[in-house]
Write a protein of this length. Sequence first.
Lengths: 496, 332
Amino acid sequence: MEAFNNLMYGFGIALEPMNIAYVFFGVFAGTIIGMLPGLGPISALALMIPITFAMEPSSGLILMAGVYYGAIFGGSTSSILLNAPGVAGTVATSFDGYPMAKQGMAGKALAIAAYSSFIGGTVSIIFLMLVAPMLGRVAVSFGPAEYFALMVLGLTAVVSLSDKSLVKGLIAAVIGVMISIIGIDLQTGTERYTFGSAHLLDGIDFLVVALGIFALAEVFYMLLRGGGGKEQPRNAIGSLKLSGKECRAIAAPIGRSSILGFFTGVLPGAGATIGSFLGYSMEKRLAKDGDTFGKGNIKGVAAPEAANNAACTGSFVPLLTLGVPGSGTTAVLLGALLVMGVTPGPAMIESRPDVFWGVIASMYLGNIFLLVLNLPLIPLIAKILDMPRPLLLSLILIFCMIGVYGMSFSVFDLLLLLAFGLIGLGMRLFGFPAAPLILALILGDIMEESMRRALQISGGDWSIFIDKPISMWLLIIAALSLILPLVKKAIAGARA
Amino acid sequence: MTAKLSRLSFLALPLAATMAFGAATAQADDWEPTSSVEFIAPANPGGGWDTLVRTTSRVIQEEGLAERNFAAINTPGGGGAVAWAQIARDAGNPHKIFATSPPIILVPLAGTSRYDHTDFTPIARLITDYSIVLVPADSEYESLNDLMEAMAEDASLSVGGGSAPGSMDHISIAGLASAAGLNASDVNYIPFSGGGEAMTNLMGGHVEAVITGAGEAAGQLGEDSDIRALGVSAPERLGGSLADIPTYLEQDIDYTFDIWRGVMGTPDMPEEAVSYYENLFAEMLETDGWVEARDQLGWLDAYQDSEEFGAFLDEQKELFSEVLSELGLLGD
């Protein structure tokens, strides 16, 4: 009941005409930003800080939060249409979204992404409202040992992401981990794989690799195969409507992934990317038609989209209840709040209820706006696919290059992009899956850093990973998820 | 007569006006930016350098202190090394300045940047923050000396910090340990990727103490907080919510540590440009807009002009080299 009263108080703030305008502007800007790779939510928010200086803190945060979840909402568009994920959280969406678009179901894929994002976001806000104060504890209970175990669990998804050959999937994953190691080692300050180049000191940005091995490799592949535009473009956007059967099929995956996504979002540092990969691989394993994942299964779009939006809202828990940022984006939000004179932290719910409840209420509104805004836009945006192939391919190329250059203003990164495009093409031609590489790249450095931190704390004693209950359970689940499929296969083999 | 007088005044008035105008602007009038000024944060948006660049550009603009625009530009990479390498190639350019802090000395000392502070032109030191030592609220350590004694007995006692080994937080705690009679290399320093992450790990009981910036920690401390502060590295007590925290000096450990931030320019920046920026920033520190932003961010003014700042940087380099060589982290 108290939560309800608080929420009504929050709506009182969120429904002030100016704040409605801010929510709308925030999610609108966010959607656009999300669609363009390179201009991720972090840089967009940093650019907005000066605008929010003069605002009431609650309005400022309402606007900035809108940009953040709007960007995650809109991020699926380029993943689905162009195989070019603009933000890390939407990589998993491209696995089935892009095949759907190729099969002439772009409209349906985008619609599923929009519905799933909406539900994931909304479920997550309900959780945020009801359990946020208690969850602060859960967030801090994750130390280095627990993170290591979580990353191990995340990496087991490699098995489900490498469909044809497990060995090739594992090779791709090892290369991903090797790429993640490039740069200055945080623990010792040693340079690894930098070849003396200052450009590699901070490692290789995820976006360069993702755009290279997904989007650019796809362009090269089409050029090789299609001979530069002789083949007819596939055009059809398809209907946006979902049949009753399809709705029933995606309902459970959306529900499960929303909850999973929320809890991964709560953990500082884990966030939308890991949530979406875990959601995707969980659904692939649970589904009876799991073997069609990666070939345009609607559940493969629904699960990661619900998870990444839920995780985005979940990442507000550590920010609002502990005052510690859970991700790069919430770090910028924290900075902005401090400048506006609000100190997020345990005391904020009492000292600034207007900010806390106002933002939560505004998120309900924002998600509705996003749905209403995005659905009518789908046919317009999906028209991109109507373009003649030479134009479309050049567009993807420009899109990738602007995305990478706009992020770092570095020509070196453009060359890297090209290199990863060629690597991606080679991988496709020789049947190596790209998804395990990306997953390992994302998880690799957190996994390594957490492991070494944990061992440094324990004085080199490996038992720290099983002495801590959360870490032990995560490792057991990881082991089970690797062993069970083998057991199943063995049993099936014995029967046959 | 009257006609004559009026004619005189007709002549004199503009003349006097010109003279007065000339006198008022004489200081800054020698040189002014002729195009917009690139103000570089050698890091991604959101960090300390970025906040400094964005806040100062905004105040300069809002208070109408400069005719030309100050454009905030992020050039991330190599803990600053990428931006420094670019700026170093732009010798003499009066329209390019950048935010700086101890990494301009520490990163070259660690051997990962070819350029150090002597390659650039010091403009002004602006602000400072201090280190703060934190423990969980229910920790058995009541004072800094309790913690130091425990560290002397148990070398595996973990102290988290928000930056890499050999960078600010590590130097700060190692110097403190050394001043308290321990070996600097005895500190089991656990690097996290930011002060926030280090504090989260402290709240969760994953490390036993944390060293981070006092400004960053200020919001976390208070009545019902899960964490408690043992000391600050300032020469005197800080204000606001940090007023109750004793300094290291009060606890008989003769050590202070500054996390200063300032502005530098391109190599061999013309003198008149340096003095223009010096005066501009000095003027900015007096404005209400600055005072407000500074207080909200928990910064403390610590202005030094170009010459003082240059000398200060040389001193800092000596101090850091000592601690780093004690830690065995001095690069080549």
